[in-house]
Write a protein that binds this ligand. Structure first.
Ligand code: SF4
Ligand code: SF4
Length: 497
């Protein structure tokens, strides 16, 4: 008897595995089904419009904001100056050797994404991800030209005709214009925007500018116009990672089946009775979904938590006179409590628990550390390199000469004049390498605003004043503009006796 039961169980397992495999194979190789999302309306749609306008405005207009940094540095508020190796962000200038600021910001952005996901699920994907924002924008154009869902489906199925060709050409021309504006805005972050625009229009911009615009235009057109939900489902790694970020306290878009089931179709307000659930199987939550999924099937990898299905369903519930939020943002804890018939609302718990506290603490510590380093950073950096080949030279009068390169980095926005002198060994003299001048006690070096200058110096000492093979002494760098003096240790070498 036991053997018979085991055999039956094995057979059932095998059939189930085959069914899953066959379904997976079908899903892997099946042709993409076109999605024609219907326009939703409601609170979350309004919020998404606001976020879309806000984020697009930031992207398109930021390169045009001016920021006065004086006559020696660019006046574009946000600029990645690849020629000079500087990143300007309003009052902050970041040099290549300070890339740790960017690393710090990326760490903060990463932890911020973890924080958002562990509290409100894929809110980043649903509202602010560039892919979502541009797909939304392209859908606005598509609906404007071809109509809402039903009209678009009809047009798609219809044979080619003059109106169809006209609509398709109009749509693609508008898409291409937006894509070009997107690519164009991108290059404005890397050069003075008004000058670059003039050069682009007159054909005088560099080929790298044109090719970058071409690449960015193509990516925007392809990703937002054609690939759409496939980018989120198949190309982006985030849906896979987010599974590890969510827990039972995270807010996710949830179909409250404990309220909605059993479904019954075509219910009118008066048809609702005690036996039927609130879901009238009208499919409105499915047709508005930009990912083409049915949230009633449960949590799915494709769901970007845009909440448009909540809006659609709330509209339906309103019409049939049932309470809203049949689909809602809910935590697993609340959902399970409701299934058990306990009325529970622990939404606040999704914002305050151990993980959110840890993520927030990391972000605050990183932000404060960056701020501290930024405030405390020295606007002038001096670097002294001893020439190694040769390490010293014995001159014809018996004195010893060592060579040094003094580099001064001026992060200030005005040019600075520095007086370099030496001390620490009796009778030290300096001479600028290659200059036909007498030995000097001081050398003057002017460093441009937000720039770097270096000078090669020969330092000479009498052999009798050098007590050891390696003798410590100091370079004194005196900033004439603010009278600040800094001391930089170095060594003077002489041959073995
Ligand atoms: S199921 Fe709802 S929340 Fe998820 S992607 Fe579709 S419309 Fe957005
Ligand atoms: S919109 Fe609401 S009522 Fe209509 S099918 Fe979806 S869950 Fe059911």
């Amino acid at each position: 008897m036991v053997e018979v039961l085991n055999t039956i169980h094995k057979q059932v397992d095998r059939v189930e595995v085959e069914a899953v495999n066959s379904k997976a194979n079908r899903a892997l190789f099946s042709k993409r089904e076109k999605i024609f999302p219907k326009r939703a309306s409601g609170t979350f749609r309004q919020f998404k419009w606001a976020v879309m306008v806000f984020t697009l405005a930031i992207y398109y207009f930021t390169p045009w904001i001016r920021w006065d940094r004086g006559e020696f540095t660019p006046n574009q508020a946000v600029l990645v100056d690849l020629d000079q190796g500087r990143f300007y962000f309003f009052f902050i200038t970041i040099w290549p050797q300070e890339l740790y600021y960017i690393t710090g910001l990326l760490v903060m952005a990463g932890v911020g994404l973890f924080l958002v996901t562990s509290t409100v699920g894929r809110a980043w994907c649903g509202y602010t991800c560039p892919q979502t924002v541009w797909v939304d924008l392209f859908l606005v154009i598509e609906r404007w030209v071809e109509g809402d869902r039903n009209a678009r489906i009809k047009l798609d199925k219809a044979g080619w005709s003059v109106p169809k060709v006209f609509k398709r050409i109009t749509k693609h021309v508008l898409w291409l214009l937006i894509a070009m504006m997107t690519g164009g805005a991108w290059v404005f972050y890397f050069a003075d925007a008004p000058t670059l625009l003039k050069n682009l229009l007159t054909g005088n911009a560099s080929s790298i500018a044109y090719s970058t615009i071409f690449v960015m235009t193509s990516i925007t057109y392809l990703f937002a116009g054609f690939m759409r939900e496939q980018v989120c489902t198949f190309m982006c790694p985030w849906p896979r990672i987010q599974g590890a970020m969510l827990d039972e306290r995270s807010l996710v878009v949830t179909y409250n089946d404990w309220r909605g089931e059993p479904r019954s179709r075509h219910q009118k307000k008066s048809d609702v009775n005690a036996q039927s659930g609130d879901c009238i199987d009208c499919n409105q939550c499915v047709v508005v979904c930009p990912m083409g999924i049915d949230i009633r099937d449960g949590q799915q990898l494709e769901c970007i938590t845009c909440a448009l299905c909540i809006d659609a369903c709330n509209g339906v519930m309103d019409k049939i006179g049932r309470p809203g939020n049949l689909i809602s943002y809910s935590t697993l804890n609340d959902y399970e409590a409701n299934v058990k018939g306990e009325s529970k609302n622990t939404t606040w718990r999704s914002f305050i628990h151990a993980r959110t506290i840890i993520y927030s603490s990391i972000m605050i510590i990183a932000a404060l550390s960056l701020l501290y380093v930024l405030v405390m950073r020295n606007p002038v950096e001096v670097n002294i390199l001893h020439n190694r080949n040769p390490i010293f030279i014995v001159l014809s009068d018996g004195s010893i000469r060592n060579g040094y390169t003094v580099k001064i980095l001026n992060k200030k926005l005005q040019p600075q004049e520095f007086i370099i002198s030496v001390e620490g060994i009796a009778g030290l003299e300096m001479q600028v390498a290659g200059a036909q001048t007498d030995a000097q006690k001081e050398v003057v070096l002017t460093v441009p605003a937000n720039g770097l200058e270096s000078v090669r110096l020969f330092v000479r000492a009498k052999a009798s004043n050098l007590k050891a093979e390696q003798n410590p002494f100091n370079f004194i760098v005196h900033n004439k503009n603010n009278s600040e003096k800094t001391t930089h240790g170095a060594f003077f070498y002489r041959p073995k006796k």
